[in-house]
Write a protein that binds this ligand. Structure first.
Ligand SMILES: [Zn+2]
Length: 402
């Protein structure tokens, strides 16, 4: 029976997904096997960030391609855990993956910010905040926690810039996509269809605002850290200066640490929200790949009336609390269905994929979030040190018994 295959590679804390599609030409009936690769990257520190995992991924992708280029490469957003793998493979192993077509998120296009002054203003403010926090952490007495360090490195604008510069060259034809893009002319698939749900063309929708906090740093106006800011605040405490009330001093220290962590989360979240979000539809199956889109992006998609039931969900942001919508929004994509909730309203089985590595970001993956998805889907996890190099999910054509 012909089937579409989603192959999720074990890159620890990151994403690398190869989708292989038997794509039938509606005119000639001829079937071409087409390959779509999404991202390839992982974080820069800890056991979740090992670079050695990329070599077998690239080897396998090249083997699957058998000398041909990819039909489509998709870079969802500009974070190291999604962008660093292909440049690493080229520089360290001399292995290069090419594609006939590529999609990069709209704001990764050179000159994008010159055309979007509001987004530019906010991006510059965020980059400035990043630099100030980096300076502050470099000058601080104690090292930042592993989670804060991982998030800082993942958001480092200069290291992502090199990777994105390479990814702009992967496709013979590159489209910088947003919800406003008509996908039809941007890929070679004949049968499989694509819907673009995000990002918004103008990314200023995704930036929160900073409130000056004094002490050389800033505080986020909105809270909502990924979890773990308490752990951040509980790190090694400095001693209050003589004559200073200890309680007030420690409050200030905790408040300042929380401010730093919240600000880095805010920088992280804004880039996640620029993720390319797309649905791939093939022979009645609907597969949703939302990159690392977080709450604000999900709300934007809901507001636009885009959310609709799917059979497969690539769980966003490695299973964080903020990466999966709740309530009505989750119901819109994974409505409670028959068969104890594990099937879609049309009776087809549903599945979700989580690529994550414990201990990289505090509170990620988020247990309650995965439990909630698990009430609606079979959940497949990859990314632990002892997981296999990849795992496959198959979606068979129900009308073709061959
Ligand atoms: Zn990510």
């Amino acid at each position: 029976m012909p089937s579409l295959r989603v192959r999720a590679y074990n890159v620890r804390f990151g994403d690398a997904i190869l989708v292989t599609v038997p794509d039938r030409d509606p005119a000639s009936g001829e079937v071409t096997t087409r390959h779509l690769l999404i991202d390839v990257g992982n974080v820069l520190t800890g056991s979740g960030g090992q670079d050695e995992v990329f070599a077998p991924v690239i080897d396998d992708v090249l083997e699957q391609l058998d000398g041909r280029p990819l039909d489509l490469y998709v870079m969802t957003h500009e974070h190291m855990d999604h962008v660093q793998g292909l440049l690493w493979a080229k520089e360290k192993r001399g292995l290069e993956i090419r594609a006939t077509h590529a999609w990069l998120t709209a704001s990764a296009e050179e000159g994008y910010y010159e055309r979007h002054p509001e987004a530019k203003k906010q991006k510059l403010a965020f980059d400035d905040a990043y630099d100030r926090i980096a300076l502050h952490l470099a000058a601080a007495d104690e090292a930042p926690s592993p989670a804060l360090q991982a998030m800082m490195l993942n958001n480092n604008p200069s290291s992502t810039a090199n990777c994105v510069a390479h990814l702009r060259t992967v496709g013979a034809a590159t489209a910088y996509v947003s919800r406003a893009t008509d996908p039809a002319a941007t890929h070679p698939f004949r049968e499989a269809r694509f819907e673009l749900w995000g990002p918004e063309e103008d990314t200023s929708a995704y930036y929160g605002r900073f409130r000056p906090m004094g002490l050389g740093t800033m505080a986020a106006a909105g809270g909502g850290a990924a979890g773990g800011d308490d752990a951040e605040a509980a790190a090694a405490e400095p001693l209050p200066p003589p004559g200073v009330d200890a309680g007030a001093f420690y409050n200030l220290v905790a408040w300042r640490r929380r401010g730093i962590f919240d600000n880095v989360r805010m920088i992280d979240r804004a880039a996640n929200d620029t993720s390319v979000v797309f649905v791939l539809e093939w022979r009645g199956w609907r597969l949703l790949f939302p990159g690392d889109a977080e709450e604000r992006a999900w709300k934007e998609m809901a507001k636009r009336g885009l959310l609709a039931p799917v059979h497969f969900l690539k769980v966003g942001h490695h299973g964080s609390h903020n990466g999966t919508p709740e309530g009505e929004l989750l119901d819109a994509i994974l409505p409670p269905g028959p068969a104890g909730g594990a099937a879609a309203p049309d009776g087809r089985p549903r599945s979700a994929l989580v690529s994550t590595h414990e201990g990289t970001y505090n509170g990620v993956p988020h247990g309650d979030t995965l439990d909630e998805i698990g009430r609606r889907c079979r959940v497949v996890r990859i990314g632990a040190a002892d997981d296999p190099p990849f795992t496959d999910l198959r979606f068979a054509d129900p009308d073709d018994p061959d």
